[in-house]
Design a binder for this molecule. Structure first.
Ligand code: SAH
Ligand code: SF4
Ligand code: F3S
Length: 470
């Protein structure tokens, strides 16, 4: 393979994008003649990557004449954008898809469609084909940009459409996105994962790592800012292994230099790619959050090795120390898996001790879930679910008291925070600090979208109470 070819982006060609545009026009004619006021219900499961995909799916559906609804009874198309990361996520989708049988019986002319990571697995698509005949269209993660053609085929042919090609993945630029309102936005900078952690399905359903160009990212950022979005999260399964002709640290600096008052966040960072260069960029860029989501998964070196994570507990702790040295006010969050196959109580205690050393502001914790086709699927897993549940409770107790202490330490401090939305309590707002802490304060909804000064008055485990000051 020539050097050029190896470095070429797997970009969908302009010709192909124009072909899809032509399908979008034809599909719109059919949709608008078939339904009096065409409406789509798009439901998204899983991570922010899926949320970002859904915004582009909605962009294409809008081009094809659909408005949007949250009510099944109003929908002429129901699309579930699914997640495969844990069994529980898949069970939820299957339950919801089963329930759509009644919908399809009532509305045989409507379309039921499924997409996302779960559908990218052949065994799931086969199950849908066999057992869920009310599903009209199934498509995988690599052909989202072909939705106009796929929907056209579904509407015009008398048979079900399945499109789940095997692929390393593509980059499709130029798809319009529908922003759901609000001041937060999601901006994918890279796709896919090359890490193959032994428990994880993501590399199998999202393809290989590929990065968008800085120009495409910057153009999206400016568009988002022009729509009133003030808090932008750069997305990637391994966002800090970004390689679009510059490093992720350089990308942060470029985006930080874009005019306007806004916050830049990013997730998810892999510890193995968390360089000093990145930490320095965070320190230097005033728009970049003072928060690092750095999933550690486990505190036992033996288990980290079995997970194929490429770092040790000591290396991870060193990163945390370096980050704190450069940014004393930084807050950390993480993902933890409890009960990986072969994990003992002693291994688990290493995780607890790591949590005590790092002192995370909050944690996303998961009990290990066996995923079909991953290396961990065949590893002996003698610890019972009940026991893993007990370990989890022990961990959560430790974490809760740490979170309470961190919150209590914030009392009396002053921050700049972005007013995001009305809180569930009358006359109150939710705001978010640069450290990614959620704050509730009395204030008028007229402030939403503005950065305001706050003083923290009290702290609970996951939310700070504050007053807005001038
Ligand atoms: N790319 C990111 C996140 C991927 S999925 C990263 O590497 O950190 C989000 C989280 O789900 C993971 O961090 C992990 O904690 C959890 N997870 C993934 N596969 C899992 C499995 N099979 N069982 C339990 N938790 C899992
Ligand atoms: Fe999954 Fe690991 Fe890739 Fe994250 S880095 S998506 S946990 S394989
Ligand atoms: Fe789920 Fe796919 Fe995200 S598996 S966590 S929706 S990348």
């Amino acid at each position: 393979m020539s050097e050029n070819k190896r470095n070429a982006l797997p970009l969908v060609s302009d010709d192909e994008m124009q072909r899809q545009q032509a399908f979008a026009k034809k599909t719109k004619e059919i949709v608008c003649s078939r339904y009096p006021a065409p409406k789509a219900l798009v439901r998204t499961f899983g991570c922010q990557q899926n949320v970002a995909d859904a915004q582009r799916i909605k962009g294409m559906l809008a081009e094809m004449g659909y408005g949007f609804t949250d009510e099944e009874t109003d929908a002429d198309l129901i699309l579930f954008n699914t997640c495969a990361v844990r069994e529980h996520a898949e069970d939820r989708v299957i339950g919801n898809v089963g329930a759509l049988k009644h919908f399809k019986r009532r509305r045989p002319d409507a379309i039921v469609a499924l997409c996302g990571c779960m559908m990218q697995q052949q065994h799931v698509a086969d199950r849908i084909r066999k057992s869920f005949s009310h599903v009209d269209l199934v498509f995988g993660t690599h052909v989202i940009h072909q939705l106009p053609e796929l929907l056209y085929n579904t509407l015009t042919r008398q048979k079900r459409v399945f499109a789940i090609p095997d692929s390393d993945g593509v980059i499709a630029e130029g798809i319009p996105f529908v922003h759901d309102g609000g001041v937060r936005g999601w901006l994918p900078v890279m796709y896919g994962c090359n890490n193959f952690c032994t428990y994880c399905i993501v590399p199998y359903v999202r393809g290989r790592e590929r990065s968008r160009t800085p120009e495409a990212i910057k153009a999206d950022l400016k568009k988002m800012l022009s729509q009133g979005i003030k808090d932008i999260t750069l997305l990637g399964q391994n966002v800090n292994s970004y390689a679009g002709g510059m490093t992720f640290a350089q990308l942060l600096r470029e985006l930080n230099a874009v005019d306007g008052q806004f916050t830049l966040r990013f997730m998810t960072s892999h510890p193995k790619d968390c360089t000093e260069e990145l930490l320095l960029a965070m320190r230097d860029c005033e728009k970049v959050e003072r928060h690092l989501h750095l999933p550690v998964q486990c505190g036992s070196d033996r288990i980290l090795k079995a997970m194929n994570r490429h770092y040790t507990k000591a290396q991870y702790l060193k990163l945390i120390e370096k980050a704190r040295e450069l940014m004393p006010d930084i807050l950390f969050t993480s993902d933890i898996i409890v009960g990986f196959p072969g994990e003992t109580y002693e291994d688990f205690k290493q995780t607890v001790s790591l949590i005590e050393q790092v002192r995370y502001q909050s944690l996303y914790t998961f009990i290990y879930s066996k995923r079909h086709g991953t290396p961990a699927e065949n590893m002996p897993d003698p610890v019972t679910r009940k026991e893993k549940g007990e370990w989890m409770r022990e961990l959560l107790e430790v974490q809760e008291s740490i979170a309470e202490e961190i919150c209590a330490q914030q009392v009396g401090k002053r921050f700049v925070a972005l007013a995001e939305e009305p809180s569930k309590n009358e006359g109150m707002l939710y705001l978010r600090t640069l450290c990614n802490q959620v704050v509730e304060a009395p204030g008028s909804t007229a402030l939403i979208g503005q950065f305001v000064n706050i003083e923290v008055t009290s702290g609970e485990t996951w939310i700070l109470k504050a007053k807005i000051i001038d």
